[in-house]
Design a binder for this molecule. Sequence first.
Ligand code: MG
Ligand code: ZN
Length: 182
Amino acid sequence: MSETTFRRRLALIDRDGTIIVDKVYLSDPDGIEFAPGAIEGLQLLRDAGFALVLITNQSGIARGYFDVATLERIHDRLKFMLAAEGLQLKAIYFCPHGPDDGCDCRKPAPGMIRKAMRDFAVRPHEAVIIGDSDADMGAAGVPGVRVAAPRASATIGAAHDFLEAARRARALLAPNGRTRRD
Ligand SMILES: [Mg+2]
Ligand SMILES: [Zn+2]
């Protein structure tokens, strides 16, 4: 893609149940297991010019199951594993709060999405959210693509894996609104 046709695009990607298998309050870096199609889908988004950003609720911190240092070890290993596949997360945003804390960052609240758009200077139509839960969808006017979590019962209309979700996300933000072909 030439400089003149470059469009800034941001993929705001959920972590658990979306790119890694949801282990429910994962507290062990060795427990990271990529979801089906995760690597291929992230590579597709990268190649389509998306900046890859992780947006994740981590209430296990508020619940006392693990601390921020542990979360950072998990994310360091995740980044290491992704780097082996030629992938780089441009940023990771996490909410450490619990459901009753009244914060503005725990999805479905839009705080992390808004902050990412500010940090990367993109507008809602230049971003897409990919996630496995209702809480991921539609924050701050950003279109969402739903992916069925591995090992969960299928959600009607959801992409069956992350690669399909990535293709849908790419199509949503194709130049001139046209759907691209693979
Ligand atoms: Mg999730
Ligand atoms: Zn929060």
